[in-house]
Design a protein around this ligand. Sequence first.
Ligand code: NAP
Length: 456
Amino acid sequence: MTSPGLPAPTHGRPLRVAVVGAGPAGVYAAEALAEQSDVPVAVDLLDRLPTPFGLVRYGIAPDHTKMRALRDTLRRTLDHPCVRFIGNVDVGVDLTVEELQAHTDAVVWTYGASGDRRLGVDGEDLPGSLAATDVVAWYCGHPDADRELVETALARARDVVVIGVGNVALDVARVLARSPGELAGTDMPQHVLEALAAAPVERVTVLGRRGPAQATFTTQELRELGHLEAAVALVDPPGLDEESQVRAVARNLAVLREWADHRPEPDKTSVRLRFFARPVRLEGTDRVTGVAVERTEVDAADRLTGSREVDVVPADLVVRSIGYQGRGLPGLPVDQRTGVVANTGGRVTRDGVLSPGEYVAGWIKRGPTGVVGTNKHDARETVRALLDDAAAGPLGEPGPAGDLLATLLDRGVHPVLLDHWQAIDDAEVALGATRGRARTTMHERADLLAAAHPRT
Ligand code: NAP
């Protein structure tokens, strides 16, 4: 299998690579390693959670059922004989970064960017002000989601304000505005369906601090907001008559112009997009009651300036959807400003110096941008760098010490391997069937682990 001109694998054994984070970037990195023929590899694909697929499971909105079906494609890589999925292993807790490095020739960090960015305005931490990451984790059934936090806020949410005009903001607005019938076919946990059905949401206002031409949502996601069974899409006029040579922007503006004459309808939730509105403060004393917004203008370079004209949008629930933020691990720093691990084309640098045998892919490499497929190209670039380095000589000294899985088992960790994940998957399908659904996500870590390791 070794290509002419490239060295045989070190000491007659496969190149041992740990990929940390089994989301799309991690799976694509594992795939790129598994499918190349330069050198035999053994890939350990680790995840902190008992389940693989990262944001495909815990980020893509559950009503995007076709996009979520991507897990079936990603699953094929987990079946590859040189890839070993090892879930329920928290690097930095169950084993240190140094121990992981000592067990492998190379590590590829692909654990994404799960934190939320801060607005930095007064009132941001009032009860009823949530990060989109909290809401998305909750409706996707993430085991670390704070049910009480979200459900308490949702139970009194007649007026919702979503801050930000990216795709996550539209996901949140859409999920909150959907009818129970539209959500019944998703894999959302049952308590999520029930809480959404009981929520008194009447108005959802989505705030962009710049104009519609600067919004980062994509046209397909925008258009979807105009086709909801129990909601009407509204837009405030400023900025709609702008022309753009950028096709994606022109398409967005065309969709928004179609909504310009929409009016609120009785018995329907209003979803209103309002641009040129910068949040300057969240109002309220013991809980959020509104968002004070300053009217803005945008110059030719897309930069905003404030007008000092402020009004208050009423809100019982505020969802701050202003982007994700990458975090470091103990032993792996991220750049505080950019939230990424410093790297050159996927090769990790520490203090400006290349760190041998250490690579990075996905959001923790380039920041929280792009669609799932963007990670494929990104992971391939990283794996190419890794293989080129491996061809040039040993990646680290000395070679790996012992088998990673054996070490984890020795120290009492309960890893979730592929068969265990299959058992979770089967249990979710069986749980769905009890209510005539194709699948229901199990949200409790204990339930996931019980399904993974049933007592015999
Ligand atoms: P995003 O596209 O970067 O959107 C962030 C939004 O927050 C922007 O509108 C930004 O406005 C705004 N913002 C940032 N700081 C702000 C502040 N201080 N005050 C007010 N607004 C502020 O990020 P995202 O929506 O979190 O999405 C992350 C990535 O995942 C994106 O690449 C997205 O396309 C992708 N995604 C895709 C899908 C899909 O394909 N269906 C679904 C979900 C997510 P400015 O532009 O003015 O900074």
